[in-house]
Design a protein around this ligand. Sequence first.
Ligand code: APR
Length: 174
Amino acid sequence: MKSISIIHGDITQADVDAIVNAANPKMLGGGGVDGAIHRAAGPELLRACFAIEAVNGVRCPYGDARITIAGNLKAKYVIHAVGPIYKKFVDPRAVLISAYEKALSLALENDCQSVALPAISCGAYGYPPAEAAQIAMSVCQQPKYGALEIRFYLFDEEMVAIWQQEQASGVVVE
Ligand code: APR
């Protein structure tokens, strides 16, 4: 099992094969992580997103992920994962699990050895962080992702503490 590390920092600085973005279905940028990644990656990233076919304005459904080049970022790829808007879904847990799983599967399919993950849906999308941390950790600890070195990049101390507490509890929720 490769490592799962928790880092207090800006995910755009991650020196990994793939940086996961907390995107929205349009995949044309936004605030939070999305804004930071697009600012750091440069306009080439937006062009790559724009090139993905949109069906009724949707390039990536909730709970799904898409992979693009990474522009000026150190990473080779950006994986755009769309988590649930917490209050919009009857079962936001299933959608968040799916978003992490699709993102990690894309990393494996593209021969990535290391991947940086943000706290998907824990900002504008309003997911309660402690519940999200439990989901994120239990997905990442699944043996099928054992070949990946996973780094969680959390933006503030409170989130770091929540993720560290979850990692220490080591409870893998099926
Ligand atoms: N590095 C790491 N984490 C960050 C960074 C950064 N540079 N900037 C913000 N974060 C953290 C936030 O503090 C939060 O804990 O990422 C987490 C996810 O928050 P959001 O970026 O708001 O993502 P999300 O809740 O999934 O909402 C997605 O917001 O920015 C828009 O276009 C995006 O519509 C989409 C929605």
